[in-house]
Design a protein. Structure first.
Length: 160
């Protein structure tokens, strides 16, 4: 194994780790943490207090993971013989990769908007906006699943 293989392996590891931390965190928050908090605390201010604390802590990791995914993704693209350019739709590999990148961009936008909305809700509680925030969380969880699905097809189509 040469240095190029070691760097590629570490880059792929970090890319996967950042994916798990951010996207896994979104999925777990949507399907486990929020429902468990509602079961444990019942409706009321305790759930909101818990979720605010959870999201505050998770948002730090979310931002680190977003940056990490971009940096490691750039490095991975340099290693891939199948990569033909950002938002290239020339073949199946490039199309799926481009779709994955588009979904990730939507996820980033929704995450940043939701983080801002949660901060605003701490100052001015609003039940409609809180429901909308939860809908954004569920939408981002669904998009994370789509990203993982698209990612799973990449190795079959080229060097991911």
């Amino acid at each position: 194994m040469d240095i190029k293989d070691i760097v590629y392996g570490l880059d792929l590891f970090l890319h996967n780790l950042f994916t798990v931390v951010w996207m896994g965190g979104v999925i777990v928050a949507a399907i486990s943490v929020l429902p468990a908090a509602k079961d444990a605390f019942g409706p009321g201010p305790q759930v909101k207090k818990f979720m605010t604390a959870f999201l505050k802590r998770q948002s730090r990791w979310m931002y680190i993971s977003m940056v990490g995914l971009i940096l490691t993704g750039v490095m991975l693209s340099r290693h891939s013989e199948s990569f033909t350019g950002l938002f290239s739709f020339g073949d199946a590999f490039s199309t799926i990769l481009s779709l994955k990148h588009l979904v990730v961009m939507v996820m980033i936008a929704l995450s940043l908007y939701r983080a801002r909305l949660v901060r605003h809700l701490q100052l001015q509680p609003d039940e409609k906006k809180e429901r909308f925030s939860m809908m954004l969380l569920l939408a981002n969880a669904a998009l994370a699943v789509i990203v993982l699905l698209l990612s799973a097809f990449l190795p079959a189509l080229g060097t991911a």
